[in-house]
Design a protein around this ligand. Structure first.
Ligand code: ADE
Ligand code: ZN
Length: 326
């Protein structure tokens, strides 16, 4: 078998996936019609033509617009189920997905509406296909820490459905230190913690994620490679990096996948994993990310296995669950 076939067939985990980033234009128009919401774009093709980004903020502007058609529990269910069906067909066996409650609360959609729709889809996928899952509530870092605390209050009746918390949205100018108190409160509630760091932000933000937020893993982490002391620290703490190759390409974090640092991360002994971030916007789901790495970054069979292995090890599954996949 070729490396491509191997990548497609092997059991995989997804550890960095924003459910709102799986919104395919066709489904967005379908829900817009169903909810009688008018989109700024006249057609699927016009919307797709807007998917050209030069940085993270360009993308986020479109991402928040796109999610504005999500209003009812059924919308969150349908969005999540479409994603899970898709990755089930790609041999993804375990998913840890983010949702952005503040992106919906600001539009008058209750926390309960959001999480109930998403959670029901995750449960159905587990029942139908044995796909296991974790759910991660993510705080928007362009908003205040007070807003994150308000969101945590709203989450409290649903904590039995929530495994961890994350930190996403505009990185530059919004360092992890801004959220030190709220992450401490989350940890005291028994939640796992991760944060986007070093996607666009400097190595200092990765240091803060580790030292101040005390993250259990790091989302992206590309720019950690600029500081060898930081690399040593990430390695020593065995922190998993949820790397997103096609996302990095689309958001101009890398110029070309031949320059992507993922091979270098592995060579340094860092626990890099492959993830799709916002697949509807970045041109590909899990297998597309692996195919692109094989074709353009030259990853070999040993690296392929290492990446998949890291995805299981770095997940928040129990040791028993992990052992069943290794
Ligand atoms: N929200 C959705 N995708 C994101 C990313 N790649 N970085 C920061 N915030 C995000
Ligand atoms: Zn992300």
């Amino acid at each position: 078998t070729t490396l491509m076939t191997l990548a497609e067939k092997m059991p995989k985990t997804e550890l960095h996936l924003h459910i709102e980033g799986t919104f395919e234009p066709e489904q967005m128009f379908e829900l817009a019609t169903r909810n009688k919401v008018t989109l700024k774009y006249a057609s699927v093709d016009e919307l797709k033509a807007a998917y050209q980004f030069t940085n993270l903020q360009d993308f986020l502007d479109l991402y928040y617009q796109g999610m504005s058609v999500l209003l009812k529990e059924a919308d969150f269910y349908d969005l999540t189920m479409a994603y899970l069906r898709k990755v089930h067909s790609e041999n993804v066996v375990h998913v840890e997905i983010f949702f952005d409650p503040q992106g919906h609360l600001s539009r008058g959609v209750s926390f309960e509406t959001q999480i109930t729709g998403i959670y029901r889809a995750l449960q159905d996928a587990e029942q139908q296909w044995g796909m296991s899952f974790k759910l991660i509530m993510s705080f928007l870092r362009h908003l205040s820490e007070e807003s994150a605390f308000d969101t945590l209050e709203l989450a409290k009746p649903f904590l039995h459905w929530i495994d961890g918390v994350g930190l996403d949205s505009s990185e530059l100018g919004h360092p992890p230190e801004k959220f030190q108190q709220v992450f401490k409160a989350c940890q005291d509630l028994g939640l796992k913690v991760t944060a986007h760091a070093g996607e666009e932000g400097p190595p200092e933000y990765v240091w803060q994620a580790i030292d101040l937020i005390k993250v259990d893993r790091i989302d992206h982490g590309n720019r950690a490679l600029e500081d060898m002391n930081l690399v040593a620290s990430v390695k020593e703490k065995q922190l998993t990096l949820t790397v997103c190759p096609l996302s990095n390409l689309k958001l101009c974090v890398v110029e070309d996948l031949s320059d992507h640092p993922i091979k270098h991360m592995l060579a340094l002994g860092l626990k890099a994993t492959v993830n799709s971030d916002d697949p509807a916007y970045f041109g590909g789901y899990m297998n597309d990310n692996y195919r692109a790495l094989i074709k353009d970054s030259g990853i070999d069979k040993a690296e392929l296995y290492q990446l998949a292995h890291n995805g299981i090890e770095g997940s928040w599954m129990s040791n028993e669950q992990k052992a069943a996949h290794l």
